[in-house]
Design a binder for this molecule. Structure first.
Ligand code: F3S
Length: 293
């Protein structure tokens, strides 16, 4: 079976930067991230083994300790609390997320109602919301539009890892349901867009597709949704250990992509496992029939 890896895939610029900052924190121990640095449990464990742990709340930090803010960012009140607690701050917020936070704040100050299109429980979306003033609202799907109040000026901001096509659909429905003046900030990041485009292009050329990434990683989930619509046999895995020959019965070509927080080592392990896999040969017609099932 031929294995093709989508290009680009895996670690994005913001995650690479956050990883470098966190790994550098071994020089300022005791140090911990506020929440998992990236949505990849294997990597979080490796970081903990180096002495940089993960804490869920600022209450768990003692004065003088180093706190690392992850790439998703935090709200202004978290910065204030950390300063008050006399913690050393290492800010690994992705510059793209900072831009979204700034745009949300600016919209609020300019009298717009900030509407963030993204996953309600995602830490990045929450961090943007925290900068967007008291009336800001998050919408995740078209069905949420009913919650948006009628005002004269709206500013729409998109979660950096959201699926662009889905966003355009929501935006169209929003503008129809809530007419008014619109400022639209297409803050989906380039790294996400490039990964989605590369995966979509590859998905139509292969018989099976593997998306690698943490189960709680939003951008990995979006990649899986996108690919599943184009390739009938798509699986999301966290590690190569989840791969099995049954996934590739009759396949001649398989594609791989990985979320922005998937380390290269994990991608390489999956490629190796797939290339060495013993797959029972299923002839052409039989394979087509399997796909039709
Ligand atoms: Fe930043 Fe985009 Fe990565 S927002 S963390 S570069 S997916």
């Amino acid at each position: 079976m031929k294995v093709i890896v989508a290009d680009p895939c895996g670690f994005c610029y913001g995650v690479k930067r956050a990883v470098e900052i966190a790994e550098g924190a071994v020089n300022s121990l005791p140090a911990a991230t506020l929440g998992p640095l990236i949505h990849n449990p294997q990597f979080t464990e490796e970081l903990a083994a180096k002495g940089v742990g993960c804490k869920d709340s600022l209450d768990d930090f003692a004065p003088g300790e180093t706190v690392i803010f992850r790439s998703h960012g935090v709200g202004p009140e978290i910065y204030e609390q950390a300063i008050e607690k006399k913690l050393k701050i290492l800010d690994a917020t992705c510059p793209n997320v900072k831009t979204s936070q700034r745009k949300a704040r600016q919209a609020f100050e300019d009298g717009y109602l900030p509407i963030i299109v993204g996953e309600k429980n995602h830490p990045e979306v929450k961090s943007i919301l925290a900068f967007a003033g008291n009336n800001a609202i998050i919408i995740e799907r078209k069905e949420d539009i009913g919650e948006v109040p009628f005002v004269s000026k709206y500013c729409v901001i998109i979660q950096t890892t959201f699926e662009l096509a889905k966003f355009e659909e929501i935006l169209q429905a929003l503008q129809a349901a809530r007419p008014g003046e619109y400022r639209v900030e297409r803050t989906i990041c380039l790294a996400t867009r490039q990964r989605q485009e590369a995966a979509a292009k590859l998905a139509v050329e292969v018989d099976a597709f593997i998306v690698i990434g943490g189960r709680n990683s939003a951008n990995t989930r979006h990649l899986t949704e996108l690919v599943s619509a184009l390739c009938p046999r798509c699986f999301q895995i966290e590690t190569a250990g989840e791969l099995s020959p049954e996934m590739f019965q009759g396949c001649r070509k398989a594609g791989i992509s990985a979320g922005a927080s998937t380390p290269e080592r994990i991608i390489k392990e999956a490629v190796k496992a797939m290339e060495n896999m013993e797959i029972n040969k299923v002839e052409g017609n039989e394979f087509e029939a399997m796909l039709d099932e």
